[in-house]
Design a protein around this ligand. Structure first.
Ligand code: GLU
Length: 557
């Protein structure tokens, strides 16, 4: 009679190391009290989903706030779905958001005592653990073909029983060791399955850090742990990696809750302590057509890809702060009280976690971003804006670099004050808003045509207001108040009322009121009816440029 040991040796003749050797190679970590070891474990399938950024942010934060370790593991065991080279992109994109690993896979290299952190490079490690399970009769080879499994499903559907490979339906678990050995020797292809001891009619109590205790049906499926390509499945890699990498807290999407009984049973079978689990809510949106809640989708929603925020130039701090509002219900109130505080000062907690699939709220993200950008000082704003522009807008980058102090003065308008002006939501808004401050850009705007002057005011009046404005301009001796008072008087010389109420009472006696008069100056200097505070615009442009612009505008009237 053959033994489990013989079977294990036949399957893995070259695997000489044992689980004990692995225990020595990857000893437990020594950590400060309360420190959590967390990880982000994406598959390199092409792009970073906003939901994945959320997951990574949470893992990073829990490690950081507990003086623990956060690492990045590349889960590339599904080689059919893998897109080569995208692991590095994931690392880079996370770095953009300040999520940098303490150890793990870094795209071009790996760092840390628990390496390798790329699953396809860990094949030998998985084999050692599988060999151990086979030796102990807790795993076995399964020779069922795809057709066999299809037939099994058909039978189970007809009998209206739970589908899957378990109990009496797990055909290969009932083969004798001799039969298994004969099949392998005959060259029959196989996978390796875990031999479950569970019963789905019984419950297992599992704990989720967000949801608390849950009673779920025990696992009784003999899941595949080792595929014919020599790599493990997710479940098995999770067991081995999170054990040997010393993960204390697994934060992952809630789609994994239903697999928890499998994972608990795998840890039990190895006699290992399972990590804590926190299953994070999935980010949802309201579908514009059906008005139903659905998952944020790569195909339908641009904001599902993190690259969207990077390309548009949303400040990374704005995106992260927004995602924190999804994570913890008390974060928004904290943010209102501490708009300038470092995020490190906020303590993320599982008690305050929102459980319902959080709705992605783009207007809220935009507001938070505006607030973040308004609260930056001019240097921080310019540094970040330039870094963005160097990648995404050559035109803006060259404007900034032409005269950085000038650019800083432009974006500093109404910034250094108690309630800073919220001009910008993202860096891609900047170019259009600063253009007017540059002489050559102004000329281009002017050449494009139509100045949006008020149609009700005659051209002659516009011209004489502008002429009067430049001839009385004396910025050296004017401050905002004196200039404004003089503009009111100037207006009266051209038929404008110096008081709104007076004008409203008797509009036919006036050309307009003083705001209409000032608007003429604004349109002439900015080619727009809107601008930052006009006096700031005047100061930045300087008298010479103001006069040049007015002369150019007068030619077009
Ligand atoms: N690779 C898995 C995923 O992308 C990781 C889940 C986990 O964090 O354990 O869903």
């Amino acid at each position: 009679m053959a033994t489990n040991k013989e079977l294990a040796e036949l399957i893995f003749p070259d695997v000489k190391e044992t689980v004990k050797d692995l225990d020595k190679r990857f000893p437990p970590r020594t950590l400060p009290e309360g420190a959590e070891v967390t990880r982000f474990a994406p598959s390199p399938t092409g792009f970073l989903h906003t939901g994945s950024l959320f997951t990574a942010m949470i893992a990073h934060k829990f490690a950081n706030q507990s003086n623990g370790i956060y690492f990045f593991r590349l889960e590339d065991t599904d080689q059919k779905r893998e897109i080569q080279g995208t692991g590095l992109d994931l690392v880079k994109q996370l770095k953009n958001f300040g999520i940098v690993s303490d150890e793990g896979y870094f795209g071009d290299h790996e760092e840390g005592a628990y390496a390798p952190y790329t699953q396809s490079k860990r094949a030998e490690i998985y084999k050692i653990v599988i060999k151990d399970l086979i030796k102990r009769g807790r795993a076995y080879p399964c020779f069922c073909t795809k057709d066999d499994l299809d037939d099994l499903r058909a039978v189970q559907e007809a009998n209206k029983v739970i589908p899957g490979y378990y109990g009496e339906y797990a055909r290969c678990r009932h083969l004798s060791l001799d039969e298994m050995i004969a099949n392998i020797k005959a060259g029959k292809p196989y996978v390796i399955r875990f031999k479950s001891k569970g019963n789905h009619l019984e419950h297992v109590r599992v704990h989720d850090e967000i949801r608390g205790d849950m009673d779920l049906s025990q696992n009784d499926q003999d899941i595949v742990i080792y595929k014919s390509d020599g790599l493990p499945t997710y479940h098995f890699a999770h067991l081995v990696d999170d054990h040997y990498m010393g993960t204390t807290l697994v934060t992952r999407g809630e789609e994994w809750i239903s697999s928890l009984p499998i994972h608990i049973e795998l840890f039990e079978a190895m006699g290992w302590k399972a990590p804590k689990y926190a299953h994070l809510p999935v980010i949802m949106v309201n579908d514009k057509e059906t008005h139903n809640k659905r998952k944020l989708s790569k195909r339908k929603d641009p904001e599902a890809a993190v690259s969207f925020f990077l390309e548009q130039g949303y400040p990374k701090e704005g995106v992260i702060k927004y995602l924190m509002t999804i994570a913890n219900s008390n974060f928004e109130a904290w943010l209102l009280e501490n708009p300038k505080a470092d995020l490190k000062e906020f303590k993320l907690s599982f008690e305050k976690f929102s459980l319902d699939g959080a709705l992605f709220d783009m207007p809220k993200l935009c507001n938070i971003s505006k607030e973040v950008l308004a609260n930056y000082d001019k240097t921080t704003f310019t540094d970040q804006c330039l870094a963005w522009a160097e990648e995404y807008s050559e035109e803006l980058a060259s404007l900034i670099k032409r005269d950085r102090p000038y650019f800083e003065s432009i974006i500093n308008i109404e910034r250094d004050q108690e309630k800073p002006r919220k001009d910008y939501e993202k860096f891609s808004d900047v170019l259009e808003k600063v253009r007017l401050f540059y002489a050559d850009e102004f000329d281009k705007l002017l050449a494009k045509g139509e100045l949006p002057f008020n149609d009700n005011i005659q051209k002659e009046v516009i011209a004489s207001v502008l002429e009067d404005f430049v001839s009385t301009l004396d910025l050296k001796n004017q401050d905002e108040n004196t200039w404004f008072a003089e503009m009111k008087v100037l207006g009266t010389r051209h038929g404008f009322a110096d008081d709104r109420k007076v004008y409203k009472k008797d509009p036919t006696s006036y050309v307009g009121w003083y705001a209409d008069c000032i608007s003429i100056v604004r349109v002439a200097l900015c080619c727009s009816t809107q601008s930052p505070k006009l006096f700031d615009v005047l100061t930045l442009l300087g008298e010479e440029e103001i006069k040049r612009r007015v002369a150019e505008v007068l030619k077009t009237l």
